[in-house]
Structure formats: structure tokens, C-alpha cells
Design a protein around this ligand. Structure first.
Ligand code: CS2
Length: 542
């Protein structure tokens, strides 16, 4: 856009900061998007500069002023902004006024950076759906504010407890639930939970915040809000309900019973591939849209949300108008997605990382890995019940196509994070069922062995791996104490009962399969171990 056509960055009341981009987010990664720059010639996105967006950029036509803060989202990050918020945006963008007044307040439970990036641009942001067909940008208007829990817990509790708040959604990642994955109960010894029990006036955990706000609503005679978990955990609604009640029972008498009777915790399955922000993206998006955005989100075009239709009287957006599916039983959708998508993601993350593949796209471009995926899914599918209307073989093929999207770079390192919290529902649940039916699981074994090698902290070239996991220090200590023999490493790690439970640790088929797989990885490396696995005729039984 010629400089003369650039609008002034002021509306008389507010001055948008123009230019100035943002610094690199992850210094470790090379820019994927060309044109990374420190300063931008484009005006900063904000309410006053919207008209400067290039004509091809989709934008909301509704009156933002009519939105009310009806939905509060805990764990505001790229995923929710490209998923739940975007589905809501689509409802609002529908026929005039029919989308209601469903504005969103986001909350960050740890870092202030989302607020710092979004506040100067009136909480507007850009989403870009990207694939081989080219990028499609959209300006999103439904986010009204971002609160930062550590900086102002009281403001966040007040917002949650406000009569207008009808729904609270969450994407706080697996570890944000502060639970024992083996029992599904609250980990009352977790530092964040201990803090919140000792300081109910300044909670910081998701569970502590929900309970503080629900207690306040009950005290004020208000109806509760609906609590919708959007994390990749099985039976996420039921799990969160149990954790909230566990926490409440430790405090105010009667509250847990009220929650049990009054609060709806619908389960949901969420799906969209949304990599973490990468260096250079902002500048690339600015070229695309004509506006500088410090917090754009790039995502794949595919998106799916299946929710149990159990909402409190405060209602919900007419999400079905945006393609959200409502189901009486979300479990078959959850299982298929967690085990086929997230399970294969984790397998590719560990084995791919070890083999030197930086992204999921690079891994599936390697024919060996693509064949491995086919075998992996053949191990997973027999343990699943297909959701209504879904052919799981077709689903597998669609996943491979999504992974191969050349416009999305999803780092194996990112997906490898927090493996101790992800393995049980992604890989081990299938392994358990296959063991129960005496079905062999060489691909699952190799994937878990990949994790066992990865958390040792050295890649195949001897370089250090930046292992991010709440249990990283414990895992490292166990591995060091065990020494180099695969059989000892496997025994040491199988002893982490929060991951493997007592059953897998006691099953000799598991120890034997993992030891053989760890041995293959240690001797020959991930690619050769996969090649060997593929060369062996698929064993039907252990
Ligand atoms: C990924 C997920 O980071 C991860 O662990 O497996 O974020 C995945 O991309 C989404 O669940 C896709 O819906």
C-alpha cells in the first residue's frame, strides 16, 4: 500500500502505536516466514486503523459495542484464539444481530505477554488460515479484554463472578489441571493448589479460580456459569467437575454439593492445528493484511469442535451455525482424536525429533515416517469405536494430508513438551487395550521408547535436548541412576506410576517390548529402528 493511502493512526482519542513489530519469540528457531523485520512500515492494528486492511482481508461487520463479556476463557493462547474464539466470531458475523452479544474476555494464568501485545490494538487480532491454496486472513473482533491472573487475581475472580458471565472455557494444557492422571483426582500437594487453599482471595490455578468464583456466585444467589474444558484430555468435562468439587470440599462446607447439583461441565473434543507463534510471522502477516499485529495466529483451515450439549440457563452462542457439533456422547470423538491425532503427533514428535526432523511436515515428507504412520494407525484403530458417521481409515488419511500442509510448520519440539502429561491418554490407553486383547503394538512401543530416549536429554548426535516437562528433573534423575543399559532405563521410567500406573509397570510384555525398542533406538537410531520395524511382517500377537 502506498504511504499516501495509509490512514492516520489516531481517532482523536486513542493513539495506536505504529510500527515497531515485536522481537523474536523463540530465538532458537529460524524464521519460517520470510521478511522478518524489526520495524514495520504498516500501521498497528486497532479499532482506528481497521479501514486500512487490504480489501481481501475478511473482517467483522457487526457493531463491537453491542458485545458483552459473556464468555471468559482461561488460558488465552494461540489455540483458543484460532478455535473457540473463531467459532464464536463466525456466529457473531452471521445474519445481522442473530449472533447475540457473546463477547469474550481472555485470561492468562501465567504470563502478561498476551495482554501486552493485544491491549495496544484494542484486543483485535488477525487469524490466517493457511495451506497450499494460499493464506486467508481475517480480523477478529469478539475478544474484548485480557486479564492476567498473577497481576490481578481479584479482577479475574470478579469477572468470573459477574452476572453477565455465562460460560467459562479452558485451555490450560494437561498440566494446568493439577491432578493425578492415574486417579483423576486433585493433587492436593501440588504447589499451585496448596497456594490457592492458603490464599483463597488470590487464586492462581484454574481450579482455584473456578471455585473462588463459584463460591462468590453462590453467596450472591447467582446461577453458576457453565464450565467447558477444551483441553486434550479424555472425559475432560467430568474430570474438571471432579477436580473442582475436590477443591471445594477442602474449603467451604456445602459448596461441593452445590457444584455437584448446579454446575454443568460439558465434555468437548477440540481440533485444529495451531503452531506456537514463530519469528517473522508478524512481519509476514503485516505484508498480507496491511496492518501490523503483535499477536497474529496462523492455523490450518480444518477445525472441529464437538461438545456435549449441557449448558446452564445462561445459554450459549449458537455455535452450531458455525459448524460446531453437539453430541449426547463426546467420548468416541475424543478417543479417536486423542489416540489417532494426538497419539501420532507425539509419536512423530519424539521419533521425528530424534531423527532430526524439525517439524511434523518434514517428518511426514520422509517416506519412512509416512509408512510408519500407516502402521501406527493400524495398531490404534482396532481399539476404537468409530464416532457416528466417521470411517477411521478415512480419518487417518485426512490426518496425513493435514500433517503434510506445506504452509504450517508445527515443530516436533513443541509437541514433545509435557510428554509425562500426554502419554497416558495418547499412547498408553491404546497400548493397554491392545495388551488386554493380546494385540501386538510395536509402533506404540517404539513411540514410547522414543519418549524414553528423548527425556534423557541427548539427541542422536549427542546434542542436548531442551526437555520441557513438569517431571523433567525426576525423569532425568531416574535415567542417570539407571545407567546406560536399556533394560534399566525402561525399568526406572516404568516406575513413574503417574504415567504408567501399576499395571503397565508389572506387565512383562511391556518391559520386554520397550527394552527391545529402546535398544534399537540406542544402537541404530530412530530412522533405522523404524525401517527395521517396517521390514518385519506385522506381528498379530505378542
Ligand atoms: C499437539 C496438539 O501440541 C500438541 O501436543 O498434539 O496441540 C494438536 O496440534 C491439537 O490437539 C490438534 O487439534
Amino acid at each position: 500500500m502506498p504511504a499516501s493511502r495509509r490512514p492516520a493512526a489516531t481517532d482523536g482519542q486513542r493513539t495506536c502505536v505504529t510500527g515497531g513489530g515485536r522481537g523474536p519469540i523463540d530465538k532458537g528457531a529460524p524464521p519460517f516466514y520470510p521478511g522478518a523485520m524489526e520495524t514495520s512500515p504498516f500501521p498497528r492494528l486497532c479499532a482506528a486503523t481497521l479501514a486500512a486492511a487490504r480489501p481481501a482481508v475478511a473482517r467483522f461487520a457487526y457493531e463491537r459495542g453491542r458485545l458483552r463479556p459473556r464468555l471468559v476463557h482461561l488460558g488465552l493462547g494461540a489455540f483458543f484464539r484460532a478455535h473457540g474464539a473463531l467459532f464464536t466470531e463466525e456466529v457473531l458475523a452471521g445474519e445481522s444481530g442473530a449472533g447475540g452479544d457473546w463477547g469474550i474476555v481472555g485470561a492468562s494464568l501465567r504470563h502478561p505477554d498476551q495482554r501486552e501485545r493485544l491491549a495496544p490494538q484494542d484486543f483485535l487480532y488477525t487469524t490466517v488460515a493457511n495451506d497450499a491454496a494460499g493464506p486467508r486472513a481475517r480480523l477478529v473482533g469478539c475478544l474484548l479484554d485480557v486479564l492476567v491472573a498473577p497481576a490481578s487475581p481479584e479482577r479475574l475472580v470478579a469477572r468470573l463472578a459477574a452476572p453477565e458471565t455465562a460460560i467459562v472455557t479452558l485451555t490450560v494444557t494437561e498440566k494446568g489441571y493439577c491432578h493425578d492422571p492415574a486417579t483423576g483426582r486433585l493433587d492436593a500437594a501440588h504447589p499451585a493448589i496448596r497456594h490457592d487453599l492458603a490464599h483463597p482471595e488470590a487464586p492462581g490455578s484454574a481450579v482455584g479460580l473456578l471455585v473462588a468464583a463459584l463460591a462468590r456466585r453462590r453467596g450472591a444467589g447467582l446461577a453458576p456459569f457453565t464450565v467447558a474444558s477444551c483441553d486434550n484430555l479424555p472425559a475432560n468435562g467430568r474430570l474438571l467437575g471432579a477436580l473442582v468439587r475436590d477443591f471445594a470440599a477442602l474449603g467451604e462446607p456445602g459448596l461441593a454439593g452445590w457444584i455437584e447439583r448446579e454446575v454443568a461441565f460439558p465434555a468437548s473434543m477440540v481440533d485444529r492445528i495451531v503452531p506456537a507463534a514463530a519469528p517473522g510471522e508478524s512481519a509476514w502477516v503485516a505484508e498480507l493484511t496491511g496492518l501490523e499485529d503483535a499477536a497474529p495466529v496462523i492455523h490450518e483451515p480444518f477445525g472441529q469442535w464437538v461438545i456435549e450439549d449441557r449448558f446452564a440457563p445462561g445459554g450459549r452462542p449458537a455455535w452450531e451455525r458455525a459448524g460446531v457439533q453437539f453430541a449426547a456422547d463426546v467420548a468416541p470423538f475424543e478417543h479417536a482424536k486423542l489416540r489417532m491425532l494426538n497419539g501420532s503427533h507425539s509419536a512423530l514428535a519424539y521419533l521425528g525429533y530424534l531423527a532430526g526432523h524439525e517439524s511434523i511436515g518434514a517428518a511426514v515428507a520422509d517416506p519412512l515416517f509416512a509408512r510408519f504412520l500407516g502402521r501406527f494407525w493400524r495398531e490404534v484403530i482396532p481399539a476404537l469405536t468409530a464416532p457416528p458417521g466417521l470411517d477411521l481409515a478415512v480419518y487417518a488419511a485426512s490426518l496425513l494430508a493435514r500433517y503434510a500442509n506445506p504452509a504450517i510448520r508445527h515443530r516436533t519440539w513443541q509437541i514433545a513438551m509435557d510428554g509425562s502429561q500426554k502419554l497416558p491418554q495418547r499412547l498408553l490407553s491404546t497400548l493397554r487395550e491392545n495388551l488386554a486383547h493380546d494385540r501386538a503394538s510395536p509402533c506404540l512401543m517404539l513411540a514410547v521408547a522414543g519418549w524414553m530416549r528423548y527425556v534423557g536429554g541427548r539427541d542422536e548426535a549427542g546434542r542436548e535436548i531442551d526437555v520441557r516437562d513438569p517431571l523433567a528433573a525426576d525423569l532425568r534423575r531416574r535415567i542417570e541412576q539407571a545407567g546406560p543399559a536399556p533394560v534399566d532405563r525402561v525399568r526406572a521410567l516404568l516406575g513413574v506410576s503417574a504415567i504408567f500406573g501399576a499395571d503397565l509397570a508389572a506387565d512383562p510384555r511391556v518391559a520386554a517390548g520397550l527394552t527391545a525398542a529402546c535398544d534399537a533406538l540406542a544402537r541404530r537410531g530412530a530412522r533405522a529402528a523404524i525401517a527395521e520395524l517396517l521390514d518385519t511382517a506385522a506381528p498379530a500377537r505378542h
